[in-house]
Write a protein that binds this ligand. Structure first.
Ligand code: ME8
Length: 506
């Protein structure tokens, strides 16, 4: 088994609009990014996980007005709701960025001044059809039923103003070449084709400032103009790691940045953003991890979709945060859409966690108590054949490394299934040989320990409880912790309630 490469790992989520509270859909992005961050920390890498809130633009200004608040009062209150939600859900982010922070204004101005000085920004008259919900202009051919935005199905508004433009058209060829030279810039690869599709349709320059509102970052060369919300928002990824302030740190983290995002915002990320980076003279991002949508009854879950319970905090309180995390990561492959239902979540938890994992743990510990005076045996030197231990561990490691949590979790479930089969076959409860019982239970507990480690990015709280019940510590070397034979045993066990009882829908 190869060593895990030691480079730094920088991971980001989209920054969320504060015109509504977090819901299961936004929590899904967080869970994906949090699990990948946790995996990379476990692998011993310097990891930096950035999330935050997107607080400018017309939509936010309108939401504030609807609530009789100033934009500032509104965004201050709403960004707290996001922070509280992610804290409650145990998200392990390192920095929470707000686009209304002074540091972000400075970074936006620093970065866009570079693009301006490099000659990729110019002034012109713009008139077009604008969807306030998307904060984006559409061409007529993109509209549905003549005047409706294809994402929100609401009428677009005609807007006309003099503003600054970014010369996106100049980057058609450079972007095509960049995608050719970096075949893994977007995962999964089907989403890369989508990005290339946008580029191959031809790129038009984009309007990047507004004079019709003042809720935004002013252009440093013409302060009557504020930057269009998307143009300022993308730059948060640079503010988050102190672009222009701490060069050494910036280079280290930017060189291995991974942007997690939903497919709805692919064009902004996979077309605009690398072009903006090129225009400012920095490398485009290393990789985009594009996930699909969580659906309920076939429709995208959103703040206005009331068909399902969409409050992730209520779900976590009722069923446990790890139950929700595990379900999201196991049943929805990153890149594809996935169904979210409480029935599905409970069924997945019961089959994988309560039965396959929890029962095994409970039975083995009960046997330690009844057959081995309550002290756990250490692992034998070799893994019994039936586990296919090395192959399955390797498969899980590779799956985590290539951003395929479902495959990692499936491989861990295979390991645990083989441990269940082995326990049934060996029937240690019938044996009177302490030596045999120690080998059998030592092997099974070793499998449980390994499973808890490999599940840790998905189910951090539960994994830590299992490791503590076994008295298994972790070193800073994941590879050595994943070797069969590492579990030393010697933990005195008392009879305790099961860690993962079956769940019922109330
Ligand atoms: O677009 N399933 O913010 P936003 C999966 N501020 N993911 C979902 C989802 C669902 N049903 N619903 C939302 C914005 N998401 C901009 C981003 S970044 C520089 C600026 C997730 O609050 C998904 O990741 O509308 C989507 O891309 C993100 O929430 C959009 O959040």
């Amino acid at each position: 088994m190869g060593a895990l490469s030691p480079q730094s790992f920088y991971i980001t989520t989209p920054i969320y609009y504060v015109n509504a509270v977090p819901h299961v859909g936004t929590a899904y992005t967080m869970v994906v990014a949090d699990a990948l961050a946790r995996w990379n920390r476990l692998a011993g890498r310097e990891t930096f996980f950035l999330t935050g809130t997107d607080e400018h633009g017309l939509k936010i200004a309108q939401s504030a007005a609807e609530h009789n608040m100033t934009p500032k009062e509104w965004v201050d209150a709403m960004s707290e709701r996001f922070k509280d939600a992610w804290t409650e859900l145990g998200m392990s982010y390192d920095r929470f960025i707000r686009t209304t922070e002074v540091a972000h204004y400075e970074t936006v101005q620093r970065f866009l001044k570079k693009i301006y000085e490099n000659g990729f920004i110019y002034k012109s008259l713009y008139s077009g059809l604008y969807c306030v919900a998307c904060e984006a202009y559409y061409s007529e051919s993109e509209l549905l039923e003549g005047d409706k935005c294809p994402t929100h199905l609401r009428a677009v508004e005609k807007m006309s103003e003099e503003n600054y433009f970014f010369r996106l058209s100049a980057f058609e060829e450079p972007l095509r070449r960049w995608y050719e030279d970096n075949p893994s810039a977007v995962v999964p690869s089907s989403r890369r084709n989508e990005a290339l599709g946008f580029i191959n349709q031809g790129l038009e320059d984009i309007s990047i400032t507004r004079t019709s509102i003042d809720w935004g970052v002013p252009a440093p060369w013409d302060p009557d103009h504020v930057f269009y919300v998307w143009y300022d928002a993308l730059i948060n990824y640079l503010t988050g790691i102190d672009y222009g302030m701490d060069e050494e740190r910036f280079e280290r983290l930017w060189g291995n940045v991974h942007h997690v995002l939903g497919k709805d915002i692919l064009r902004f990320h996979c077309v605009w953003w690398p072009a903006m980076c090129m225009a400012a003279g920095i490398d485009p991002p290393k990789q985009f991890i594009v996930h699909g949508w969580l659906l309920a009854g076939g429709a995208k879950i959103s703040k206005s979709n009331t068909k399902v319970s969409v409050d992730p905090i209520a779900i976590a309180r009722d069923f446990g945060v790890d139950t929700m995390r595990y379900y999201m990561l196991k049943e929805t492959h990153i890149g594809s859409d996935g169904d979210f239902s409480l029935e599905g979540m409970v069924a997945t938890y019961n089959s994988d966690i309560a039965n396959n994992f929890g029962n095994l743990l409970q039975r083995s510990l009960a046997l330690v108590i009844s057959k081995l005076d309550g002290v756990t045996p250490g692992a034998p030197v070799d893994a019994p054949e039936v586990f296919c231990f090395d192959e399955r561990v390797e498969k899980a490691v590779e799956a985590w490394e290539s951003f395929e949590p479902y495959a990692a979790l499936e491989s861990v479930m295979d390991l645990l299934r083989s441990a269940n089969v082995y326990l049934e076959q060996e029937e240690p409860w019938k044996s009177s040989s302490t030596e045999k019982i120690e080998v059998v239970l030592g092997s099974v507990l070793e499998l449980i320990r390994t499973a808890a480690l490999l599940l840790l990015p998905a189910t951090p709280e539960s994994s830590m409880k299992v490791l503590s019940r076994l008295g298994a510590d972790m070193s800073s070397d994941l590879r050595s912790d994943l070797k069969f034979g590492r579990y030393e045993g010697g933990k005195a066990i008392k009879k305790e309630a099961p860690l993962f009882p079956r769940l019922e829908l109330g």
